[in-house]
Design a protein around this ligand. Structure first.
Ligand code: BG6
Length: 516
């Protein structure tokens, strides 16, 4: 018999998820962040780089260049980056690691449409190559306002920074990829005018979450689920991405976006794809993405007269959320008082293929709901015959549910009917649970750590392809168009609650939203 692991180190060695943190070989890289002094960079990207450095996972030769419009020297950038990392890193910072990461960081100042920025960048990247005597790979991370995405790629092309003779050039693009199908197509076309698709890494940070990748592990590493993973056994699916926070200081962005664009078009449709896709032949980027695109193509976008039956929108009203009294969306600073932007969206979709035809797939997301929870709940059909019924024992019998919890309390649970101890055959649901925290005893890396690493390694499996993003918009566009035309009152829900009652209208007979 194999010996039981005896120390934390042994357990870690056996921990298959520790592979996410392992030191994979990465070619020496120069990473340039456009928008380096912005919010995303400070809260997520720089701390992710620090944590990779802390793990020893960054390439041994690594250079960081920050670029933005703000007035700053190399020194000031290093100081700001250090402060951001100290504030937002998921682990206590080690000054030695921080020093090593930032000591040679460079800063290129200017407006992203100014050719001088790219001349300067060309100079700095070339200097870094010649100082080290290495052709560094180049990764450009576009963490700017979306209006600059096309401009930056075009300028990189004009300056000849889109390729490099002896090394790879890759471009990471943040969301949103357009605000509708037409804009997404235009942006994809602009980008692919300069770059090849395999140089482009469109971020959907949900794909970097361990628990989201675990949907694939659960489905395709266990023989248990595949036989029941279809319309014959599955009754319905609910995907929830609830948040208790409001829009914070993001009114400018959020009011022109809304919940459908902000979370459904990207993160939630990705969750749906992973849940519904066919097993890929292998886990190469294109095999996985081909299967996801097939799912998206199998979803019929609502016709204008179907939108009201398939989609519900609402806005949060005042109430108590996350333990605080909060005001309603229309009273938030910088939100127009007649705004029709939804802070809650729910959809009922169907994947019209052999596996899923007829299975309702419900999606819902919202700000200022009862709590933060992201989960996929798969409800199975009831058993065909209950032999215990005469005894009154079947009262508590519920169809099985498989719940994949993305956050918080990451894990999975399966509800089973179990006998209540006693002389009578009485049954009630119990949960069989797997929790990440207990099973693996290690903190999962942040999504951005994984994604930055993958982009540096040139692995696009966890990034969205051009046709995939467009297929996502094709589903969402008709809803957006119909809501934009409808100037009627938007339903309201009290902050800190389960969301609007109107969402119940989407449900088929006998279905209920799970409690948030
Ligand atoms: C972002 C949205 O993409 O995802 C935010 O713009 C949202 O509005 C966030 O709060 C949720 O991400 P997470 O990782 O906290 O679930």
């Amino acid at each position: 018999m194999p010996a039981e692991p005896s120390t934390a180190r042994d357990v870690e060695d056996e921990n298959p998820l520790a592979e996410g943190l392992e030191r994979l070989p990465v070619h020496p890289t120069t990473l340039t962040i456009f928008g380096a002094t912005g919010d995303l960079s400070k809260r997520k990207l720089l701390p992710a780089l620090y944590n990779l450095a802390h793990e020893g996972a960054l390439p041994e030769r690594f250079n960081l260049i920050g670029s933005s419009r703000g007035e700053s020297s190399d020194e000031e950038f290093r100081k700001d980056a250090r402060e951001a990392i100290e504030e937002y890193s998921r682990r206590e910072t080690d000054p030695k690691v921080l020093d090593a990461l930032l000591k040679s960081a460079r800063y290129v100042r200017g407006s992203f449409d100014d050719p001088e920025v790219y001349e300067q960048l060309d100079k700095v990247t070339a200097e870094l190559d010649s100082e080290a005597g290495i052709d560094f790979n180049r990764v450009y991370y576009l963490s700017t306002s979306p209006s600059f995405f096309s401009v930056i790629v075009e300028m990189l092309g004009k300056q000849g920074l889109d390729k490099h003779e002896n090394s790879e050039v890759r471009v990471v693009i943040e969301k949103p990829i357009g605000t509708n199908l037409e804009e997404a197509k235009q942006l994809n076309a602009d980008v692919l005018d300069v770059l090849d698709e395999d140089q482009v890494f469109r971020i959907d940070h949900y794909l970097g979450k361990e628990t989201v990748q675990n949907v694939l592990a659960f489905r395709f590493a266990n023989g248990l689920f595949e036989p029941i993973w279809n319309r014959n056994f599955i009754d319905s699916v609910q995907i929830t991405a609830a948040e208790d926070i409001g829009i914070g200081s993001r009114a400018g962005y959020y009011d022109s976006s809304g919940a459908l664009r902000d979370l459904v078009q990207n993160h939630m449709l990705q969750l749906l794809c992973l849940l519904c896709m066919e097993p890929p032949v292998n886990f190469s980027a294109d095999e996985v993405r081909d299967e996801k695109v097939k799912v998206l193509h199998a979803i019929h976008p609502p016709e204008p007269d179907e939108v009201n039956e398939m989609a519900v929108r609402a806005q949060y009203a005042s109430g108590v959320a996350a333990g605080e009294e909060v005001e309603g969306y229309l009273d938030e600073e910088d939100v127009p008082e007649d705004s029709h932007t939804e802070t809650y969206a729910a959809l009922r979709l169907e994947v019209d293929n052999w596996r899923w035809a007829g299975v309702p797939i419900y999606l819902r997301t919202g700000k200022r709901l009862a709590r933060k929870v992201t989960e996929i709940a798969v409800a199975l059909k009831p058993v065909p015959h209950l032999a215990f019924a005469q005894d009154g024992g079947a009262v508590g019998v519920q169809p099985n549910q498989i719940i994949l919890t993305v956050q918080p309390n990451e894990g999975a649970s399966i509800s089973l009917g179990a006998k209540i101890p006693g002389t009578r055959m009485r049954i009630r649901p119990v949960n069989m649970e797997f929790l990440y925290g207990t099973a693996f005893m290690s903190e999962s890396p942040e999504a951005y750590e994984r994604l930055i690493m993958d982009a540096m390694r040139g692995d696009a499996t966890l990034f969205t392809r051009d046709d995939e993003v467009e297929a996502q918009w094709r589903i969402i566009d008709p809803v957006l168009a119909s809501w934009a035309e409808d100037k009627g009152d938007v339903a309201q829900y009290e902050s800190g609650t389960q969301g609007p009652d109107e969402a119940d209208d989407l449900l088929a007979a006998g279905h209920k939203w799970r409690a948030i």
